[in-house]
Write a protein that binds this ligand. Structure first.
Ligand code: FES
Length: 583
C-alpha cells in the first residue's frame, strides 16, 4: 500500500469495541458496568475508539522502567483526540535478566499479546516498547491481529562516560571485560566503570538491538518520524508520546492497519536503513518474523540484495565512535532515511502511520553533524548491509555484519577450534594449554533457536587470554547463536540449519579447515562431500529433549534463524475477529 492508494474508511462507523460496550443487553452491561468501577462517565462508551496502550513496563525490564510514566503522555494525547485510553500491562522480555535467553520468550510474548488484543475491546494499539525483544514481540502481535497500531519507544539512555572516555552500553562491557582478561584493566576499575554505564532511564545508548529495532519501526513506517533517537529523558520524548496518542485515534477512524503499512517495500526500506545505521544482526531474525506474521514474503536473500550497496553512514558504536544522544542532536533517523532517498535506495511512497509517505516525512530535514551522520562519500563502510553467507557449512545461510568486522579477516582460511556448547566454551577458553592462536577459527555449536534453547547472544565469544595478551582483538568466530547488537568482531552468526537440528555445523571437528570469503558470500568446511555425509549420518543430538513447559513448545515448534525463528503455528495474520461472548 502506498499513500496514494490508501483510502481511509468512512467515519463514523461501528468499531469492534462496540461488540462489548454497544447497546443495553445484559452482556453489555456486564462489560461496561464493571469497567465503570474505575469512574468512567457513561458517554465514554458512545462508540469512540478505545485504544489499548500495550505497555512493557516492568521493574525487571529496566530499559523500559520509565514507560509507565511515559504512558500518561500517550493517554493525554488519546483523550485530546477524542479516544478512550486503556493501559494494558503485557509480557515484557528483558534482555538483561531473562534466562536462558530473552529471545526464547519473544514468541511467547508475541503470542500472549496477540491474544490480549484479540480477546479484548481494543480498537487500536499504542505499542510501548524499548528493550530488545519488546519491540519485535509487540510488532509481531500487532501484525498477527492487524488492528491499527503505532510504536512508541522509550528512547535511549544518555551517554556513558568513564575517565573522559565515551562509554557505550554493552560495547564497553565487552571491551572492558577483554581488557581485564588481557591485564590492561583491574577488576576494581571495571567495577568503577560499571557505575558510569547507565546514567539515565532508557535503552542501550549504542546502535545495539534496541536502537536498531526502534529505527526499524520508524523505517517500516510504524512510528512517527523522529521517534527512534530521542533520549528517554528528553522532554521531546514526552511530546512524541503525546503526539502518538493523538495520532492513533485518527488511525482507528481511518482503519489504517499494520498490513497497509508493513508491505514488502516497507521491509526493503527497513533493510536498507539497517545497513545505513550499521544496525544489529538481530534485526534479521526479527524482521523475518514480523514479515511472516503480516504475510510478506521476506527472505535472507532480500537482506543481502537490499543491503549490498548501502553505505554505513551513522558513526555510532559498536561500528563507530558516537552514541544515540549525538545521533539525535545530528538529526536522527530522518536524516538517514532522507539520504537513502537521495541515493535512490528508498521506496519514497511507502505509507507511514502519519498517513503521509516516508519521503514526505524526511524531505526537509537537515544534518547538523556530518561526523555523526557522515556524507556517503565519507562513509564508515561502503557496503554496510548484512552479508548473507552460504556454503556446505551453512546451506540455509548465515549472517555477518561487515561494518563490525575486521577488514583483514573478511577473507580467511583457518583451523577450527570447536566448542560443543557454551559450557564447553566456558570450561576451556581460559586453558593456557588450549591449542589455539589468532589464525584459528573458533566454532561454537548448539546455541541456535532449538539448541541453547532460544538462540542466546553468545556468538561473539571472547578470545582466549593468550591471544589477547599478544594485543590481538579479533578472530573469526562461527556459531548458530546470535550476537548482541552492541558487540563487534568478525563473527559469523545464525548458521542454518543449526547444530541441534542436525545442520553441518554440528559435525565440524577441531582441526578441520574452514574458509570464510565474505566478498563472495561463501562459508565452506573443507572436507569431502562423502566425509560430510558420513559425519551427518552418524550425528546425534547433544542435549536431552525438554518434555514440559513452554520450553517444550518452543523446542518442538521453533523454526530456523533463516526464517525468523518464529513458532511454526504462529505464522500468518490471524486477524482480529471478535469471538463469541462467554456469558
Ligand atoms: Fe535492554 Fe539493551 S539491555 S536495551
Amino acid at each position: 500500500m502506498t499513500a496514494s492508494t490508501f483510502t481511509p474508511a468512512p467515519w463514523p462507523r461501528k468499531l469492534r469495541s462496540q461488540e462489548w460496550y454497544g447497546g443495553n443487553s445484559r452482556d453489555t452491561i456486564y462489560h461496561r458496568g464493571w469497567l465503570k468501577n474505575q469512574g468512567y462517565p457513561h458517554d465514554l462508551f458512545d462508540g469512540r475508539p478505545i485504544i489499548g496502550i500495550m505497555n512493557t513496563w516492568s521493574d525487571l525490564t529496566p530499559c523500559n522502567g520509565h514507560l509507565r510514566d511515559l504512558a500518561e503522555k500517550v493517554k493525554a494525547g488519546i483523550w485530546e483526540a477524542g479516544g478512550f485510553p486503556v493501559e494494558v500491562p503485557v509480557f515484557s522480555a528483558s534482555e538483561n535478566t531473562f534466562r536462558p535467553s530473552a529471545m526464547m520468550f519473544r514468541n511467547l510474548a508475541a503470542l500472549s499479546i496477540e491474544e490480549t488484543i484479540r480477546g479484548q475491546p481494543i480498537d487500536g494499539c499504542v505499542l510501548m516498547v524499548g528493550c530488545d525483544k519488546t519491540t519485535p514481540s509487540l510488532l509481531m502481535a500487532a501484525a498477527s491481529c492487524d488492528v491499527p497500531s503505532i510504536v512508541v519507544t522509550g528512547g535511549p539512555m544518555l551517554n556513558g562516560s568513564f575517565r573522559g572516555e565515551r562509554v557505550g552500553s554493552g560495547t564497553h562491557l565487552w571491551k572492558f571485560s577483554e581488557d581485564v582478561k588481557a591485564g590492561k584493566m583491574t577488576q576494581e576499575e571495571f567495577l568503577e566503570a560499571e557505575q558510569s554505564m547507565s546514567r539515565s532511564t532508557g535503552t542501550c545508548n549504542t546502535m545495539g538491538t534496541a536502537s536498531t529495532m526502534a529505527s526499524m519501526a520508524e523505517a517500516l513506517g510504524m512510528a512517527l518520524s523522529g521517534n527512534a533517537a530521542i533520549p528517554a529523558v528528553d522532554s521531546r520524548r514526552r511530546v512524541m508520546a503525546q503526539m502518538s496518542g493523538r495520532r492513533i485515534v485518527q488511525m482507528v477512524k481511518d482503519d489504517l492497519k499494520p498490513s497497509d503499512i508493513m508491505t514488502k517495500q516497507a521491509f526493503e526500506n527497513a533493510i536498507r536503513t539497517n545497513g545505513a545505521i550499521g544496525g544489529s544482526t538481530n534485526a534479521v531474525v526479527h524482521l523475518l518474523a514480523i514479515a511472516g506474521r503480516v504475510g510478506v514474503d521476506l527472505t535472507l536473500d532480500d537482506w543481502d540484495r537490499c543491503g549490498r550497496d548501502v553505505a554505513t553512514i551513522v558513526n555510532l558504536m559498536p561500528s563507530g565512535e558516537y552514541l544515540m544522544e549525538e545521533f539525535f542532536y545530528a538529526g536522527g533517523l530522518p536524516v538517514v532515511i532522507k539520504n537513502l532517498g537521495e541515493c535512490g535506495q528508498l521506496h519514497k511512497d511507502a505509507l507511514t502511520v502519519s498517513g503521509q509517505t516516508i519521503w514526505d516525512e524526511v524531505r526537509d530535514v537537515r544534518n547538523w553533524n556530518e561526523d555523526v551522520i557522515r556524507p556517503v562519500d565519507h562513509a564508515l563502510t561502503e557496503q554496510g548491509g548484512i552479508a548473507v553467507l552460504r556454503g556446505n557449512l551453512a546451506p540455509n545461510g548465515a549472517v555477518l555484519k561487515p561494518s563490525a568486522a575486521s577488514a583483514h579477516l573478511l577473507t580467511h582460511r583457518g583451523r577450527a577450534i570447536v566448542f560443543e556448547d557454551i559450557d564447553d566454551y566456558k570450561t576451556r577458553i581460559n586453558d593456557e594449554t588450549l591449542d589455539i592462536d589468532e589464525t584459528c577459527i573458533m566454532v561454537l555449536k548448539n546455541c541456535g533457536p532449538k539448541g541453547y534453547p532460544g538462540m542466546a547472544e553468545v556468538g561473539n565469544m571472547g578470545l582466549p587470554p593468550k591471544v589477547l595478551r599478544k594485543g590481538v582483538t579479533d578472530m573469526v568466530r562461527i556459531s548458530d547463536a546470535r550476537m548482541s547488537g552492541t558487540a563487534y568482531g568478525t563473527v559469523v552468526l545464525h548458521t542454518a540449519p543449526e547444530a541441534a537440528a542436525g545442520g553441518p555445523l554440528g559435525v565440524v571437528q577441531s582441526g578441520d579447515m574452514i574458509e570464510l570469503d565474505v566478498p563472495n558470500r561463501r562459508l565452506h568446511l573443507d572436507i569431502s562431500d562423502a566425509e560430510l555425509k558420513a559425519r551427518l549420518a552418524a550425528w546425534k543430538p547433544r542435549h536431552e529433549i525438554v518434555t514440559s513447559g513452554y520450553a517444550y513448545l518452543h523446542q518442538n515448534h521453533v523454526g530456523g534463524a533463516d526464517t525468523g525463528a518464529d513458532l511454526d503455528f504462529l505464522k500468518g495474520c490471524r486477524g482480529n475477529a471478535v469471538g463469541k461472548d462467554s456469558h
